[in-house]
Design a protein. Sequence first.
Lengths: 671, 316
Amino acid sequence: MAGVGVSKAARGYGFSLARPLARVSPRARARLAVFGVTAAALLFPLVNQNDADIDSAANALAFAALALGLNIVVGFAGLLDLGYAAFFAIGAYTYGAASSWQLQPVWGGFWEPFQWLELVTRFHTAGGDVVHFQVSFWLMLPVAAGVAAFFGVLFGAPTLRLKGDYLAIVTLGFGEIVPIVARNIPSVTNGAMGLNGVAAPRFFGFDFGIDATPYYYVGLALVAFLILTSQRLKDSRIGRAWMAIREDEVAAMAMGVDRVRYKLLAFAIGAAFAGATGTFYVAKLQTATPEMFMFPVSVMILVMVVFGGIGSVWGVVVGALLLQILQSWFLEDLSGWLHSLGRLVGVDWLQHVELASSIELIFGLILVLMMLYRRQGLIPATRRTRTLSLDEQTVQPARSGFTDLAATDHVSPLPLLEISALTVRFGGLVALQSVELSVPAHSVVAVIGPNGSGKSTLFNAITGLVPTDQGTIRFAGAEIGRLRPHQVLERGIARTFQNIRLFPNLSVLENIMVGMHARLATGPVGAVLRLSATRGEEAAARERALEILSLFGNRLLPRAEHPAASLSYANRRRTEIARALAAQPKLLMLDEPTAGMNPAETLELADQIKSLNRQGLTILLIEHKLDVVAMLADKVVVLDHGEKIAEGTPAAVRRDEEVIRAYLGRSAVFA
Amino acid sequence: MNRGAPAVSEYGVLLQQVINGLSLGAMYALLALGFTLVYGILELINFAHFNVFMVSSFVGMWALQLLGISGQGQVLTGFALAGALVFAFVATMLAGGVLGVAIERLSLRPLRGVPGTAAMITTIGVSYILFNIILLTVGAGSENYPNPLPVVRWQFGEVTLELKTLLIWGVATVLMIALHLFVNRTRLGKAMRATAQDAEAAQMMGVDVDRVVVTAFFLGSALAGAAALIFGLYYNYTSFIIGYTAGLRAFTAAVLGGIGSVPGAMVGGVLIGLIETLGGQLIAVRWTDVIIFSILILVLVFVPTGLFGRAVPTKS
């Protein structure tokens, strides 16, 4: 078994080779490990020639492939799918129908070209000639994956708006429906009896038959391909978009991730993995029954993912293999030992223990214990980060602003953002009432007002997070009031949030790179093929992200690989601004950027914002610290109860009677 | 239908199925209340509830066997019957309630406040554990359920009403009225409603949230216990498998009524009971589950608040 080989190899390195290995770079070490695993897996059937063992290993590989597919949906995109076996079933029956004797339409001229292509044969029966499907296994692998992906989109589409737990229930419903349908349409599936005469794959004239070894190697190739696909997707623009959705859906949308598209993509790719695996599994068993795809199978795959490490590619493979080893070998061996022990000591019940039947009990225990004590799984998806040196932690607040910054070339005489008669209602509550706002290009406009005056609602309306009821929002001459958040970002508006919405479990660098989502082009195919153009784009994006981090000097750069959740409050604010800058906006919208910062940090950030503006960036700012407003803003807009009550230079607004009444009446000082 | 009885018209069959549907519906409603009470307070879908119901049905069986009743042969009447039933219901509901509280205390409280789906995955694990404990100890066969109820039938035109049907309706009605009074008339009930609205605010106003959560689990699981005994008395069997089917249907009922809403769970339960019997009659029994799951999906997708649910507040 591959997994046994792995663990022995790993242990061997650990003991005897530890010293020289310490000098090998982590990258080379990882390559060595992959090489060792591959070699062990390739050699396994040659070393262990027991057909039953090889068969179990091939089954284990099928489940590893399923775990990899579910990991895309649950681990990367964070969508809990409790009916994943439905896609396994769809792939299985797709191959089954295309290569078994189940469907036997009457022969006619229509079928002749297909006969010529060797997809069908003409079969003589007493009642006349019928068609036998015999589509090649190799052709059906991608076809079944495609069919399953189609159903993935079909099942995924209605669930997209649902919260996580509702989504789980809907997928569970689909997971229930599919096997019941399979049972209830015996003309296609032969119902509970199972498919008849599924053809074994052939490879250049060699018939796989029932010998387990060729299936083992096909399974191995499948798992290897899916590992590669998963890894490459994970470390790409696509994977970052998925993980951004998983971490914070609203922030992901605001940073340019098309939520609908990427959720469906995750469903489709996850389903495609299951579809291909279904084809493999049915070809190997040469039958399929509805019972093979019921809820317990979905749960088993989920247990493998949870056990191995949600989101961790190697983790879920190891999880699947370990649980299959447990099920196929270890529990039976252990039962055998207990039987011997029972005979030895003369205890009757010990001789009848069948531990293999308790596998589901063990699954239940694994789920509970992992959730309680090790939610990251056996092999966590996120690496541990080293602690920073004292040098790296030392920073002096500076008053220079950003020094190393390329000027934006955007020049326009018109107002960049123009809002007129904007009204937003929440049920009966009017959050914004006929607000007019004009933001000239290259200016800094500040929005102030008491709490609950509608400032953040204004930001949300501009960025498409809340629907507007009336009025227009024009940006760079085009109406954007009906656009979805990611489209608003694509047009050139990036924002930060009042309550900081980073992607906590992504590294600082990855957070920044999610900000570049809309400015990069890599699609899922490009991410998997990883051609030189993709590699080039990725390297350039990484370099630019580091450049943006370096704007903040020593504050963020040494922490580039740290999870965003580990940052201090002020550094999280800075990271969020850096992420917005990464989107190359024309208009930067900052929602209370200096909230929670001490005076020195506040002045440092204010200078940095000023320098961004000097380079040509237009800035719309919500800010409570009025000294910051006075220092930065060309124009101040005052909101109260959703209405604009004043507008003008900071000095003019300061003297406005109504502002003093509405706002300053409650705060003693105006700096 | 007995031989010699007048041929029953199609209308009569449907009416009879309505009676049956109301009985099943009463059971689903009791079970659905458990989902709704916990969801209302923790926003957690409690899959363990499925098998709290199943385990409780075995407890009910053992309680009746303890009284020396086995199978359907030993019929009791009068005070003996009432006593046996009260004992069985109290034992089953207590067992269910204690099991529910234990699950909360041991596996869910440590996960309170952990974001995401960790708690829900845990309840799936707990459900699996309960399921397999019964499977491994009692076995995979179905058990003949002890039933001391005499078979009494009343004929109303084409419709037959049985004593057990009346018992089910009576018990379910009494329990639901009791729950309604508890939630709306007692201090703890008020604390529950406040916690369901806003747990944090309730806590700051001095509500002991842990106590509220334990109460929700106890009440919900005790009602599942009552539903479990009803299941046994109605169908005359129990098995390790019953939790899954009945649980999913009851969950659908809770969603249909609006998860988190107590009256919603009651109405939803009755509706699902009717859909099950009438759907089976009008379409085909083998498609019943597809119908019910389709309803589940359609309701969640198009009217996630259900019939009685309040709009789910979005947390920014």
